[in-house]
Design a protein around this ligand. Sequence first.
Ligand code: ADP
Length: 523
Amino acid sequence: MPLFAQFSHASPFMSSRLPKILLVDDTVANLQLVSDCLIKAGFNVLAVKSGVQALKTLAITLPDLILLDVVMPKMDGFEVCRRLKSQEKTKDIPVIFMTAVADRANPSYKIKGLNLGAVDYISKPIQLEEILARVKTHLKLRALTQQLTEQNTCLQQEIRVHHQTQQILQETERRWRSLLENVQLMVVGLDWKGDVEYMNPFGLGLTGYTQEEVLGKNWFNTFIPSSEQQQLKQIFHELLYHNSHTYYQHFILTKSGEERLIAWNNSVLRDITGAIAGTMSIGEDITQRQAIERMKNEFISLVSHELRTPLTSMRGALGLLKMGVYDNQPEKAKRMLEIAAGDCDRLGRLVNDILSLERLDSGQVTLVKELCDVTDLIQHSVEAIEAIADAALISIRVTPLSAKVYVAPDTIIQTLTNLLSNAIKFSDSNTTITVSVQHQSDSILFQVTDQGRGIPPEHLERIFGRFQQVDVSDSRQKGGTGLGLAICRSIIQQHGGKIWAESTLGSGSTFYFTLPANKASVP
Ligand code: ADP
């Protein structure tokens, strides 16, 4: 227990805002003198007269500073200091040794004290002013140290938060970058002038440019077809300053000069001050989708027209019969039935042709190829069509060739039959159709030549399209569907060959097609 304790306020163990000093000295007179002085100066003082009592007191309360006499019986000041510096709770409390001048003069003595963690020495006999001055200085120093430690802790906390934020930012950046680099969409960043600041790898692949070739280039002058540049610059301006046109589509030019239709989703970018910095756009290449959509619409309208024509004619013929218009004219009634039956057949052919063309073009037909003799293929085709040729008084001459092709035989026979059937349809009687074959460097060339009416030059390519006929009356008079050559082209292309026609109006036409030569069949 403390020998005596004097406090400026009620209890020694009450927490007080006044700095608390633990005073340790075995000389009662010194204790009295120093504590009076400190109390007067406004400190809380806890005074004890031995090292053991000092340690017991420290177990109960923690002072802000300790004034410690060095020379004391049983446990000297150095030992007290050593013990309290070894305790986490007490190690930071500043200790000032009070010692005789003669002892202080001994350097090893001084060093020992400082090594133990003391902050200062006060000489005996005691000078009260000196004690007060040193106590105040060290308390101030301690307060500053504590303040610094707290600031340091705060700073370290801030650094940790900053570090974590940076890691989160880096992770977010990594995710965005990986998204931009792998997404199958074009991503383009423009500055407010319309110069390219960013283009993702998909965009570079689609346009055929390298990063270096696009960065800094004006988007409109480089990537937009000249006819659309002016309009798109206007749209860009309106996007920047009125936030309109966030979605739109337009054609872009690739490096090779190809045009691709892109559907854009645009956002305006602003800098940290809120000023407009440019745009970021995500674009989907809809060229193919658009083409398929257009083809589908064209096909639907063509099919609905082509199917409706024979149906209307059939309905007309049957309507007349139903009304009894030809009840007394059996010959005319029979003619009406013939027309209806012909339209029925034509409708059937149309449906078959449409379906087989669709199956071919959509890849639903798997070509089961085998090695076939060229002359056999021609022979089969001629046999299939011979009766019609005979009826039309047209002769078919075949120039045989010893060669083999690796093909799906039924489809090649279908192609030859189509060409022969056309040749018969568009030739006069007593003419000849020639079928010949010849080797070319890496293919076999087939030719079907007639002496018929010929094809105008502007129709030579077009007739390979769907429902294309030179004369609109051909379908009715010749019973065709306008799909035969489209089917032939699809079959030949799927075999890796080409098909085309040459013709002289009034003299006849030749239809050619090639098939890749089977190496073993080339002599
Ligand atoms: P179609 O069923 O009408 O014959 P195709 O696609 O086979 O359909 O032929 C398209 C059109 O090409 C024919 O309607 C005809 O106008 C023209 N054509 C095809 N082959 C010949 C030919 N050998 N001589 C003259 N015109 C032909």
